[in-house]
Design a protein around this ligand. Structure first.
Ligand code: HEM
Length: 129
């Protein structure tokens, strides 16, 4: 079994689950008012997971090949957008949980927007790299 492929596949699996947590969590919170607090924790954890597994892609590339993935143009733009979404999504979720504002519809609309922008950017990163 090729260890590189296995490492990438495992990282990608967790990264995909994180994408489900942030998109699913934020969209579900817009329709299920009762579970918003729990969904806020799921969404917060999802953003953290995306940051960690996204960084791990770079670490794997560096340790196996001695350099970061060779991407340019639209792929870089898409990656930067994803990183901005992950950082801002994480801090918005953390702020709302800390300030007990998980009930705020505005907060959940922002989270769902960031999650959708990130998942669309992932497609551009994939096909322009
Ligand atoms: C710090 C933030 C992030 C980093 C550094 C990052 C990095 C990456 C990298 C390097 C890939 C592999 C691209 C390839 O070669 O095919 C990837 C794939 C992917 N990412 Fe992220 N990502 C981040 C955040 C996110 C977020 C917030 C989402 C969704 C909400 C997301 C969803 C995806 C999906 C669905 C794929 C698979 C795309 C495909 O193969 O079709 N990522 N990400």
């Amino acid at each position: 079994m090729n260890i590189q492929n296995l490492a990438y596949a495992l990282d990608q699996s967790i990264h995909n689950l994180g994408a489900v947590m942030v998109t699913g969590g934020s969209i579900l919170a817009l329709v299920d008012l009762e579970k918003r607090k729990r969904l806020a924790w799921i969404t917060l954890s999802g953003w953290a997971l995306q940051g960690a597994t996204g960084a791990l892609f770079g670490i794997l590339s560096y340790s196996f090949y001695g350099h970061l993935p060779d991407i340019a143009g639209i792929a870089v733009d898409a990656l930067v957008i994803k990183m901005i979404c992950a950082v801002s999504g994480f801090f918005i979720a953390a702020y709302c949980l800390k300030g007990a504002r998980a009930e705020s519809v505005v907060f959940w609309r922002m989270e769902a927007f960031l999650a959708l922008v990130a998942i669309i950017s992932a497609a551009f990163l994939r096909w322009y790299s």
